[in-house]
Design a protein around this ligand. Sequence first.
Ligand SMILES: Cc1cc2nc3c(=O)[nH]c(=O)nc-3n(C[C@H](O)[C@H](O)[C@H](O)COP(=O)(O)O)c2cc1C
Length: 397
Amino acid sequence: MRAQLTRDFERFGRSLPRDFAGHVRETYRIDLSAHYLGETLPHPIGKGSGQLSLNAKQLEEDAGAGLAFTILKTVIAQDEAGDQSMAAWAIHETKMKVERRRAASGADGWTVTWKGRGWDRSFGDYLALVRAGRDLTRAGRLLVVPSVKYHLPRLGEPFREGEYRFTTQSLAAAWGDGPLLLEKDFSPTLAGDALADDRTQILRWLREVPGQIRAHTAVRLAMKLMNARFDDDFQIEMLQAASAADALVVFNRLFDEKLGLAYGGWDLSDRNLRVLDQLAPGTPGSRPGSELPLTPGDSAGIPELCGSGNIHSGRMIIEYARRGCAAVQLHTFFQLPLSEYPATHGSRTQRALHKLIFDPADGVVAGLLALEDQGALERRDGELRFLDLVPDARRPR
Ligand SMILES: Cc1cc2nc3c(=O)[nH]c(=O)nc-3n(C[C@H](O)[C@H](O)[C@H](O)COP(=O)(O)O)c2cc1C
């Protein structure tokens, strides 16, 4: 199988088949199926919301590449009159800089430096993109999910119902039949904002936002949680407070207060994995002697998880999966200079998928075969299954 993997890595670097998950199942008897927001996916790799899901052309290219899902850029909610309480997030900025960032541990990784925030075109344009995504989803080519930033009140203030109603109902109408799948973004710039200075205020948002959205349509809701400017235990409190969501994306980028910028790299994955360790005590990721404020029973109410943050290898996908993430969403790794990908042909999405799945040193296939060798993962009915990495308490049913 190792020799086969080396051959596949070489030839797929020139041309990646769209149904690479089918090939992996046939050739290696590995089932890469994954799960997000109640949907079964052919494999765990999706694209996080951001600058890479702004138009129909990007969606079409990703459907062709065989990506499992894409989250559309976050739109800022508005009411019927077009008023946006979070208007400060709808700013226009095109320049992005992909650069190296050294983590506190000394490890070098990548980050994207960018001053922009949410969707900066009209809401009508966003609805047109939602309809394009709906068509790809219905055709079974790519699961597309819109993302919204809605009004968040200060303690003692009410939620602006008009914003929740108009935005949610407009998205549901654009989507048409079936439940709307939706992500609600709590962004790093929000984490850096004075609004997020107060823990009680953040916990209230997480408890009450799902009800505010569900009041207006049938929705399967994921909340993308921020890395708040508090300690790891508060991240766990946030997970518990968000139990009315159907899924949680863990966790958005860190906020550099000095530079006033969101950033990623190894600091981000170190923090995210350290927090998730506390949900899955006894996993190989758990650090000896780490405090475990949760018993497995306490974590049972926490919704399905989707990992995000510094995912640039199959090994890192496996790290998130072993801590409870049944799928992952990436942004930075789809933006690297072409010289960083071993593939010589194809779109950035194809080149990224090629490395993540087939790299003989640290791709998903190599990682699962290595776990089998170590006796840490067993075949069932002759197959290794990606979802078997996810601890029982967190496995989607
Ligand atoms: C330039 C840029 C723009 C982003 N915009 C959004 C956004 O609008 N909404 C959102 O939920 N996440 C946004 N993100 C966060 C990503 O979706 C992702 O969760 C985060 O960058 C961590 O993953 P990564 O380390 O693979 O980049 C953005 C990230 C970047 C780098």
